[in-house]
Design a protein around this ligand. Structure first.
Ligand SMILES: *Cc1c(COP(=O)(O)O)cnc(C)c1O
Length: 393
């Protein structure tokens, strides 16, 4: 069983590139070039330098003593919350902006839901002096005002998507339309391990720096590269893909993917994609997605804006089907409690996305000797309003 992408862009039965014919040349150009570019020494030099000097890598692997005492197991936090812009997303946008430059592109487009990927894209475009257009649903623009302000400060143009439910999937449709109309000068930066091949593989490779670092850091701290468990939350799946990547073939390392159950898996207000999802095609890739009987994509819900995506990346659909990873879903209430607990025990305010992963410690018992690495995907500054209102602080 392979957990890596095959020549045709599939993970087991999932993946591929289901795209309109007019998009074919754009995707083909990327597919033909991304591995070549990523292997060029000049690319690697610039990428590694920016990860170190601009993003602030390596991020610490922090032994969480008080959290470990409470749950009677050894817990390490991989501190992606300390990356520039406050989450792991910048690992990918740095990589893709360098690919765009190598392809001679002068303009970048992106879609964003909660605005975090839009901010990470606007950031690297400012860094490189490249024109940036971010598509965002009109509803999301209204509810994510601070991130809209950030993108504008960083010089991006934020274009509202006015069709359909006026959220993420409509913004994605607008971005695809733009790319079809501007195939020569424009690169489309997708923000997670989703979309047509080669995006899931390219994004996973850029995020794989997370598990590359975990291996080195754990060897120093525990005299072994391999923990017993790696835990990460899954929206589209990019931070989890990065944290799992170098462990996919280490069958002794248990992988736990955490999805948002919203108000409850069967409440009708959820984003527990693997459990509720059926096979279908979303954003150019065959995967598991939440859909009605007649195949209409269901609007997902989670208190965390970064997890309410109706699909998961094809790698994760494969990890679910093959049982290589265990999938656990966590409700809003469980995540919020776990988020507050990390503040109180460790002095770290986590993103609500990451708080879903933390809630696993209340769901599952680990052995005292287990070494558990949890990928803390982002910091909670963006979520303060939600925390304050929820706990009436
Ligand atoms: C966007 C985001 C996620 C979800 O995206 P993935 O691609 O699943 O990683 C998780 N955590 C944070 C902090 C995010 O900003």
């Amino acid at each position: 069983m392979s957990y890596f992408v095959d020549k045709k862009g599939y993970y087991g039965e999932f993946g591929g590139a289901f795209i309109p014919e007019m998009l074919y040349p754009n995707v083909k150009e990327l597919e033909d070039n991304y591995l070549k570019i990523m292997q060029e020494p000049s690319f690697q030099k610039e990428f590694q330098e920016l990860l170190k000097e601009y993003v602030g890598r390596p991020t610490p692997l922090y032994f969480a003593k008080r959290l470990s005492e409470k749950y009677k197991t050894k817990i390490y936090l991989k501190r992606e919350d300390l990356c520039h812009t406050g989450a792991h997303k910048i690992n990918n946008t740095i990589g893709q902006i360098l690919v765009a430059k190598k392809l001679g592109k002068t303009r970048v487009i992106a879609e964003t839901g909660a605005g975090q990927h839009g901010v990470a894209t606007a950031t690297v475009c400012a860094l490189m002096g490249i024109e940036c257009v971010v598509y965002m649903g009109e509803i999301d623009i209204a509810r994510q005002a601070p991130n809209v302000a950030r993108m504008k400060m960083l010089g991006a143009k934020v274009v509202p998507a006015l069709s359909g439910s006026r959220t993420l999937k409509d913004a994605t449709n607008e971005a695809i339309r733009d790319w079809i109309n501007n195939p020569i000068n424009t690169h489309y930066i997708i923000g997670s391990v989703v979309g047509p091949h080669p995006y899931p593989d390219m994004v996973a490779r850029f995020q794989s720096v997370i598990s590359e670092e975990i291996k080195k850091q754990l060897l120093e701290k525990e005299q072994t590269e391999n923990p017993d468990y790696v835990i990460a939350c899954v929206g589209g799946g990019s931070n989890a893909a990065g944290a799992f990547y170098h462990y996919l073939d280490e069958e002794k390392v248990n992988l736990i993917a955490v999805e948002a159950a919203g108000l409850g898996i069967h409440s009708g207000e959820s984003a527990a994609t693997s459990i509720l999802g059926k096979e279908g095609v979303i954003h150019g890739s065959k995967t598991l997605l939440m859909q009605s009987e007649d195949g209409q994509i269901t609007e997902p819900y989670s208190i965390s804006a970064g997890l309410d995506y109706p699909g998961i990346g094809p790698l994760h659909a494969h990890l679910y089907r093959s049982k290589r990873a265990e999938f656990i879903s966590i409700t809003d209430a469980e995540a919020m409690t776990a988020g507050l607990e990390l503040c109180e025990l460790e002095g770290i305010i986590p993103a609500i996305e990451s708080a879903h992963a933390l809630a696993v410690f209340n769901m599952k018992k680990f052995k005292e000797s287990d070494v558990v690495v949890l990928n803390l995907s982002g910091r909670g500054d963006k979520d303060l309003d939600t925390y304050v209102k929820y706990f009436k602080l």
